[in-house]
Design a protein. Sequence first.
Length: 421
Amino acid sequence: MKRYLYQYVICFTCLLAMVVVFNWLLNPFLLFDSPEIDGINKLKTEIFFANQLTKPHTIKQQKPHSIILGTSRAGSSLNPSSPQLNAMNIYNLATPGASPYVIFRLYQHAMANAEIKSVILCIDFFMFNDARGNKLPGYDKSFESRLDTLVDDSPATTWPQYLRDDIVTLTSWSTIQSSWATLNKQKSFASQEKGGVLQQKNGFWIQQQPKSSLYPNIFSKTAETYFSQQWFVGDKKEFRLSPIDGDDTTTFYYFRQLLLELYKHDIETKIVILPPHAYLLEALSVAGLWDEFEEWKKRLIIINDQQALLFNKAPYNLWDFAGFNNISEEPIPASSTGDHPMQWYIDAAHPNAAAGEIVIAKIFGAPIKNSNLDNFGRQLTSESIDAHLEQIRHERQLYRDQHPQLLADLKHLYQSFINKK
């Protein structure tokens, strides 16, 4: 009996060791310092929906001096390896579907672990929909257990969670599945047979569509997702723009708190509204949210000015790239992504790294060779906002006049959504 028990223990130990080595080597969530091997584990195909696990760990490991905060729009467009950013020791801390609360909590975590000197704060309109609430989509209940401060900025005990993460990530069945998927998808992702999201060690995402996907289908699916999951959510399928002076159940409250901390600690900050494609801006207008969109921009300026005044400082530069211009109006090919990849966009919501390079150049005052991009990105102030919004309305009308079929298709798409509500 003892011999069988001994053999069982030996077999179990060997099997567990094999699982640990397999998961450590494949390293699907970038938690370990494993070697990256072409065709084996270099492309991290399973990491996108594990950001609530991965990014708090990485901040503790890398201790960057600068961070990028935002949603997937920032994650897929602002590459820390950009020549303008490369010397800043910067990490892209963007998180899919992040709310201002989540961004605030990640900023607190970064401050607790590193000497943060500068922040690129990227904000999106849908983040300030109070009908979405302050949690993340697919909220991981362990997320805040990984953050080294509580929301009141007092220290938090996180080592039990980090130990649990390491054990689970090395030994669990779900990680075995993710490791196997990572191994299995290396070739198909590299050849663009499959789509998905990769993540690099600097936090930047590489999103790709399958090369057989047609751009019109990609764009219409993006609009449908925004209608049903970002703009009109909850049981009532409603949009509620956050009040400017609401309590801690509202989204603007945590934007205000974040700016308060940034000004308090004298963090060099640039606030950026990244550029969705004109198609998505038209979808927003068709959905009847254009007035709220403009009001949102006005509230951003007011809060930025108010928080700066508390510390007797000049307001942070607030850049608006969400308009109609030679980047956002890029023609939507009728072909597939493999036949004719777009220059500036992954889909209607996500600019790519090439567009991100132009954004980075603009906000840092670097020269841009293309003179056709002069109207791409404008700074928002209380003095300029009214004229700025009027200019965007004018540019929107020009775009509509040139794309009547696109507008008709979006109206039909929105009506289909309304009929399902």
